[in-house]
Design a protein around this ligand. Structure first.
Ligand SMILES: [Zn+2]
Length: 493
């Protein structure tokens, strides 16, 4: 059996200023041929899971393209066109004797003048493979995907992550590959039901509704005739017509069953719509909790400035509170500021510097912080080791740790995957000995700090990933849409 494998993954925050270009992909991953397969083989990435599963079935794996960039602003049209051209030309060259195509997609890319690039891409792939009689196309998807009918109609099958932090990427890669192999080996008629809901979730969601939905999926998957089912909490920080949460159920030739189960799942999701949002603390409240209860470290998580959710990473509101109030023994993990990082690097370790930190990209309620301190450590490109988002390792450029009034701030040249305890250890900082650690990595700290933190507190801050969507930001999304239209009533068709 011959299967062509590729990965095109981007989550585009249309509110963060700037554009994502091919350089952003190259900085993380833009690989062809064996280079792509080698980068993932033996890792816990989604593609790593696909490769292990395909190897187990003795499948001859052909490489198409691996194009991965960290979540960041809207992708330029030229970048998307290049990715599409590269993908199609690699695929066309390998169509002879091919049995199927397997892709790792994200599902929330936005391109200039194109709201549904994954739909466009899948349609082009389907057109291409149909000319050669290749019938099967399956994809894995991030559960932050804003999935569309256009995407659905070009795929035979899709599987979404079920966890956030995404600790099941590898498993979902395996599952998707297994379903595709089974479908090729013993063909059957797939029926699917896809329902889009008029609701957005904050994306960085509380665990309880996710657990409830996962339990529902597990019950659905146990039913006879069901192949697989998924729910998508969507990606709210994109003003596109593709916006919205969704559910999908695939069965073996049972349309009525698929429809009934998808309705049931969508009703469950709708009933939980007001339970996804986290309770937030101000920096002062979070510090008070830490001082009151003792022990540590307390992880103060600025959800709205999550660099893994496409935010800018240059918000300094919690850093300002800590610095202005001399909250000693605290560390701010990762403020993106190329200029301040360069100034500290140029000064050298042991030198006192005055730097203006943050507020370059996020300018709303985020004035820069005037900071005076000593340069403690200089480094570059370390990013910590974590299995979450495996495959997204990105060169972050210069890293400088500056320390003033008992507060350490880690200045970083470019956004990347960092912030876990091993990143601090790589910089000579013992996370266990810190009282307060400020992070900007969405829900990943729930996993990476679970054995380290006394408690993880979600801290309110400015940023491009707000828990409560700003109504004025949206002009293109379908309406009504909860929670922008809080009173909307809905039931599945
Ligand atoms: Zn995600």
């Amino acid at each position: 059996m011959k299967i062509a494998l590729g990965a095109i993954m981007h989550e585009s925050n249309t509110f963060t200023p700037g554009r994502t270009t091919l350089d952003n992909f190259r900085n993380t991953q833009y690989l062809f041929g064996n280079d792509f397969l080698t980068a993932h083989r033996g890792t816990r990435s989604e593609v790593g899971g696909m490769l292990d599963e395909l190897d187990e079935h003795g499948v001859n794996v052909l490489s198409i393209l691996g194009a991965l960039a960290l979540p960041s602003p809207t992708v330029t049209r030229a970048t998307y066109d290049q990715i599409k051209r590269d993908l199609i030309s690699q695929l066309t060259d390998q169509l002879d004797g091919l049995d199927g195509v397997l892709l790792a997609l994200h599902g929330s890319m936005t391109v200039e003048d194109l709201d549904d690039p994954e739909g466009d891409l899948l349609e082009a792939i389907r057109r291409e493979i149909t000319t050669q009689g290749v019938e099967r196309l399956a994809c894995s998807l991030d559960h932050h995907g804003n999935i569309t009918e256009k995407m659905m109609s070009s795929m035979d099958l899709a599987v979404g992550y079920r966890t956030h932090p995404h600790v099941d990427q590898y498993k979902v890669g395996q599952m998707t590959a297994r379903h595709l192999v089974n479908l090729i080996k013993t063909p059957y008629t797939i029926r699917r039901s896809f329902i889009k809901l008029p609701m957005m979730t904050p994306a960085e969601n509380r665990s309880e509704p996710i657990h409830a939905l996962r339990a529902e999926l597990e019950a659905i998957d146990r039913q006879t005739n069901v192949v697989t089912s998924s729910f998508f909490v969507g990606y709210p920080w994109a003003d596109t017509s593709a916006q919205g949460t969704s559910v999908m159920v695939y069965t073996r030739n049972d349309q009525a069953g698929a429809d009934k189960l998808a309705r049931q799942l969508s009703e469950k999701m709708w009933s939980l719509r007001d339970q996804f949002r986290f309770p937030m603390y101000t920096p002062a409240e979070a510090v008070h909790i830490g001082n009151e209860h003792g022990g540590g470290p307390y992880v103060l998580n600025e959800l709205a400035d999550c660099t893994l959710g496409g935010a800018s990473g240059d918000v300094v509101s919690t850093a300002r509170y800590l610095y202005e109030n001399s909250i000693v023994n605290s560390v701010v993990v990762g403020v993106v500021d190329p200029e301040a990082a360069a100034t500290a690097t140029q000064a050298g370790v042991g030198q006192t510097v005055q730097v203006t930190i943050g507020g370059n990209i996020c300018k709303k309620n985020n004035p820069p912080l005037e900071f005076e301190g000593v340069v403690r450590t200089l480094n570059r490109d370390v990013s910590g080791h974590t299995e979450i988002h495996a495959g997204y390792e990105t060169a972050v450029g210069k890293i400088a740790v500056v320390s003033g009034r008992g507060v350490q701030i880690i200045l970083i040249e470019r956004a990347g995957k960092f912030g876990g305890p091993t990143f601090l250890e790589d910089l000579g900082i013992d996370p266990q000995k810190k009282k307060f650690i400020v992070v900007k990595e969405g829900l990943n700290p729930l996993e990476t700090y679970k054995d380290v933190a006394e408690r993880i507190l979600m801290v309110d801050s400015p940023g491009f990933d707000p828990q409560i969507p700003v109504p004025e930001d949206y002009t293109r999304i379908p309406r009504p849409m909860y929670p922008l239209d809080p009173d909307v009533s809905w039931s599945p068709r």
